[in-house]
Design a protein around this ligand. Structure first.
Ligand code: S3P
Length: 441
């Protein structure tokens, strides 16, 4: 039980390279494991969540060598080269691990059981179990097939047409992976486009995937993905370099905006447009953020982000359609809203209730403790700014993004803010508090 204590900052200044992208790190391990041959992953994120993924594939017989400088060499054994795990696979806190792996395991001819920590055991799994069952997978899970633990007996899957009820990259990726193992062509649509790292990486590895953003989709569907069977084919290995995670960069960008006299440059950040909705919102709030040195790194757009304190920010209204592109930035956006003039309203965000914690409730409860006036809705929150924050003792709910968002709020609060269970930042950003301290004056 570790606590973090923070006080008001005078400024944030300097250069920072946030940790490698979590979503891309997970996918690199998974896809390299089912490719045939040796893949190299440079700048892998050594944090608790992606380590859950490495452990899972090691349990299924994949050799993963750790080299200097966060480089991994993965000896992939092909789509059908995994071996039955000897024990239950513990996915820890990682929704991405469990949901993506379930798609691979459903097509592999052996028995496996997946579980996770107390948070993951309360998160909905029917969203992957139901369509996987439609594809012919044999899956059982706790509480009428809704929650972990889940047991999978792999089968020959059949392709389906599936309209996802919610935009979710985890569900989409699970079904794309299952589609590789299915007979026929799997077609998936989603109501809004969620992050597309899976499509980009698998296509680069030779998978036959076609995406169609808006065209050929019905009116309420913004994205269609067509996946051809790979049952008689193989995935090629990859050699990739993982860029920095925009979701980790977001804490520093927000900090620089709200702490006066700040000026920071955030280096090497993945600016895939399915991830950077927060930048559009910041622009609407009147914040000064510049994206420069755009380049391509292993098939993902990457840039440096320069950011200065905003003299003033103005409140904005945010609703459903943009949510998938800032899904993980909800907590830090709430913090920004406390420093914007007027009432910021975020709606259509019900998915936030089933993340690592109920992030709507967590932010509403903890920001109130810091003196913010706000109203919580079933699908979002409204926050009255500009608020004068007062330091208090706050809870992380063992949720890394809640802990880091409250740390940024603490930088503009009078007095001392104490964050309980702050060690959870290790899920995605080991060393977060040290990095924050380094650039804070
Ligand atoms: C992720 C997808 C998102 C996101 C999560 C990582 C991924 O979840 O919130 O942190 O890597 O695919 P959903 O797909 O459930 O929205």
């Amino acid at each position: 039980m570790e606590i973090a204590e923070l006080t008001k900052a005078n400024y944030l200044k300097g250069e920072i390279t946030p940790p490698p992208d979590k979503s891309i790190s997970h996918r690199a391990i998974m896809f390299a494991s089912i490719a045939e041959g040796k893949s190299i992953v440079k700048n892998f994120l050594k944090a608790e969540d992606p380590i859950s993924t490495t452990n899972a594939f090691r349990m299924m017989g994949i050799e993963i060598e750790e080299k200097a400088g966060n480089e991994l060499v993965i000896h992939g054994k092909g789509l059908y080269g995994l071996k039955e795990p000897f024990d239950v696979i513990d996915c820890g806190n990682s929704g991405t691990t469990v949901r993506l792996i379930s798609g691979i395991l459903s097509g592999n001819p052996f028995f496996s059981v997946l579980t996770g920590d107390d948070s993951l055991k309360q998160r909905p799994m029917a969203r992957v179990i139901n369509p996987l069952k439609e594809m012919g997978a044999d899956i059982s899970a706790r509480d009428a097939d809704k929650y972990l633990p889940m047991a999978i007996k792999g089968k020959v899957l059949k392709a389906i047409n599936y309209n996802m009820p919610i935009a979710s990259a985890q569900v989409k990726s699970c079904l794309i992976l299952a589609g590789l193992y299915a007979d026929g062509t799997t077609i998936i649509t989603e109501p809004q486009k969620s992050r597309d790292h899976t499509e980009r990486m698998l296509m680069a590895m030779g998978a036959e995937i076609r995406t169609d953003n808006r065209r050929q989709t019905t009116e309420d569907r913004q994205n269609l993905i067509e996946v051809k069977s790979m049952r008689d084919k193989k995935l090629n290995p990859i050699d990739i370099t993982v860029p920095s995670d925009f979701s980790s960069a977001a804490f520093f960008i927000a900090g620089a905006l709200i702490v006066p006299d700040s000026e920071i440059s955030v280096r090497n950040v993945c600016i895939n447009p399915t991830r950077t909705g927060l930048l559009d919102v910041i622009k609407n709030m009147g914040g000064d953020v510049r994206v420069e040195n755009m380049r391509d790194v292993s098939g993902e757009p990457v840039a440096d982000i320069y950011c200065e304190s905003a003299g003033s920010l103005k409140a904005v209204k945010i609703s459903g359609d943009i949510m998938p592109s800032l899904i993980d930035e909800f907590p830090i956006l709430c913090v920004l809203a406390t420093q914007a003039d007027g009432v910021t309203e975020i709606r259509g965000a019900e998915e936030l209730r089933v993340k690592e914690s109920d992030r709507i409730k967590a932010m509403a409860t903890e920001l109130k403790k810091l003196g913010v006036e706000l109203e919580e809705y079933p699908d979002g929150i409204s926050i009255k700014g500009k608020a004068s924050l007062k330091g208090a003792t706050v809870e992380s709910y063992h949720d890394h993004r809640i802990a880091m968002s409250l740390a940024i709020a603490a930088l503009v609060a009078e007095g001392t803010t104490t964050i309980n269970n702050a060690e959870c930042v290790d899920i995605s950003f080991p060393g977060f508090f040290e990095e924050l301290k380094r650039i804070t004056g």
